[in-house]
Design a protein around this ligand. Structure first.
Ligand code: HEC
Length: 107
C-alpha cells in the first residue's frame, strides 16, 4: 500500500514539474487538452524547434490530414534530418485527426 501511494505521489509531482518546463499555453483551448493528454507538447511547440520540429514547419510540408495521422502512429525520422526520431504515438483516430487538422491550419 505504502509503495503504491509513493508511486502515485511521484507521478503527480513528476507531472507537475514537467508541466512547469514544457509550456502547453501556446496551443488554442480546444487543442491544448489533446496536446497535453498525448504529451505532444513536451516535444513540439507551435513556432519553435523543441525536441521535435515546430508545428508550423510541419505545416509547411503540406501533408494531407491522413498522412499526418499516419505519421503520428508511425513517424518517419528520415523526413527530419538532424532531429532525434519521434517515438510512435498511440492516439485514437478521432483525436489524431483533430491534431492533424490543427497542425495543417498553421501558417
Ligand atoms: C518524445 C518527443 C516527441 C513527442 C512526445 C511527440 N513528438 Fe512529434 N516529433 C518528434 C521529433 C523528434 C520529430 C522529428 C523526427 C521524426 O519525425 O521522427 C517529430 C515529428 C513530428 C511530425 C512530423 C512527421 C514527419 O514525418 O514530417 C508530426 C506531424 C508530429 N511529430 C506530431 C506529433 C504529435 C501530434 C504528437 C502527440 C501525439 C507528437 N508529435 C509527440 C518528437 C516528439
Amino acid at each position: 500500500m505504502k509503495n503504491i501511494s509513493k508511486l502515485i505521489l511521484t507521478f503527480v509531482f513528476g507531472t507537475m514539474a514537467f508541466g512547469f518546463q514544457a509550456k502547453a499555453e501556446d496551443f488554442p483551448a480546444d487543442i491544448k487538452p489533446l496536446m497535453t493528454k498525448y504529451t505532444c507538447f513536451a516535444c513540439h511547440k507551435v513556432d519553435a524547434r523543441l525536441v521535435g520540429p515546430a508545428y508550423k514547419d510541419v505545416a509547411k510540408k503540406k501533408y494531407s490530414v491522413d498522412k499526418i495521422v499516419a505519421l503520428i502512429a508511425k513517424p518517419q525520422p528520415a523526413n527530419w534530418p538532424g532531429y532525434p526520431p519521434m517515438a510512435p504515438m498511440t492516439v485514437p483516430k478521432e483525436d489524431a485527426v483533430k491534431l492533424a487538422k490543427y497542425i495543417n491550419s498553421l501558417k
